[in-house]
Design a binder for this molecule. Structure first.
Ligand code: NAD
Length: 244
């Protein structure tokens, strides 16, 4: 029997990058997985690609910033059956030195990364409490632990996710729901594709390379599995040793 057989999972923003690798890994381990995109059609296309005829991956529209969209998405998912695993992966960055950071960009980052995560957890938690089982894995970042110049908004959102994870973890642990975070370092995705070689060199990574989305996905899959039953409020760093 595969580790995640008969488990139903939702990965926010699972159409590309780390989220896509997480969805692929959960499906490979036997889970039925919803991936979400802000464009429902694109989410379905990406899901069909990932699925490869196994009938395990489906796409659904979700804008985590829009409460109506969150309600609709989780309503549909819950109508079809219990959700065992929620991976809050959707996130954005708008990197600027603070003096150049507009209030709009600050709000955009916080409302996507933090308000969006709140909204998805809020929508998922009641049925998990009733079912007395759940796994919530939140994507934080090494930047939320150590900070990084030019990333105040992103760092604030990712540090907020760590506090949220620890608090909610304590709130729901008695009902066999675990809430944990994964904090990746530098991972090659669209989010980091704009970084120059000089900027990359500033990250001192002991393992001497960037991480892959699949390496992050392996950590998420573990925390999302029944095996991680005694891990609550943890922040698992997947950084190649990076500690700025
Ligand atoms: P990415 O830009 O490739 O993917 C982000 C995903 O979030 C996309 O699928 C996008 O559609 C989705 N998204 C953005 N806004 C959304 C919204 N309003 N509603 C729903 N979905 C939305 O980025 P990635 O590198 O794959 O990052 C995934 C997660 O990992 C993010 O939370 C990011 O902060 C975190 N992370 C990434 C790195 C890295 O080096 N790439 C490092 C640490 C943490």
């Amino acid at each position: 029997m595969m580790r995640l057989e008969e488990q139903r999972a939702l990965v926010t923003g699972g159409t590309r990058g780390i989220g896509r690798a997480i969805a692929a890994r959960l499906a490979d381990e036997g889970a039925s997985v919803w991936i979400t995109g802000t464009d429902g059609g694109r989410a379905e296309t990406a899901a069909a690609e990932l699925d490869g005829g196994r009938s395990r991956v489906r796409g659904i529209e979700l804008d985590v910033r829009d409460p109506g969209s969150v309600k609709q998405c989780f309503g549909r998912v819950h109508r079809e059956g219990p959700l065992h695993i929620l991976v809050n992966n959707a996130g954005i960055s708008r990197d600027r030195l603070l003096m150049a950071q507009s209030r709009e960009d600050w709000r955009l980052v916080l409302s996507t990364n933090l308000d969006g995560l709140y909204a998805c957890c809020h929508a998922a938690i009641r049925p998990m409490l009733k079912a007395r089982y759940g796994r919530i894995v939140n994507l934080s970042s090494v930047v939320g632990i150590h900070g990084n110049a030019g990333q105040a908004a992103y760092a604030a959102s990712k540090a907020g996710i760590i506090g949220f994870t620890k608090a909610l973890g304590k709130e729901v642990a008695r009902r066999k729901i675990t809430v944990n975070a994964v904090a990746p370092g530098l991972v090659e995705t669209d989010m980091t594709s704009h970084l120059t070689d000089a900027a990359r060199k500033r990250f001192r990574i002991p393992i001497a390379r960037a991480g892959s989305p699949e390496e992050v996905a392996a950590a998420v899959a573990f925390l999302a599995s029944p095996e991680a039953s005694y891990i609550v409020g943890a922040v698992l760093e997947v950084t190649g040793g990076l500690a700025p």
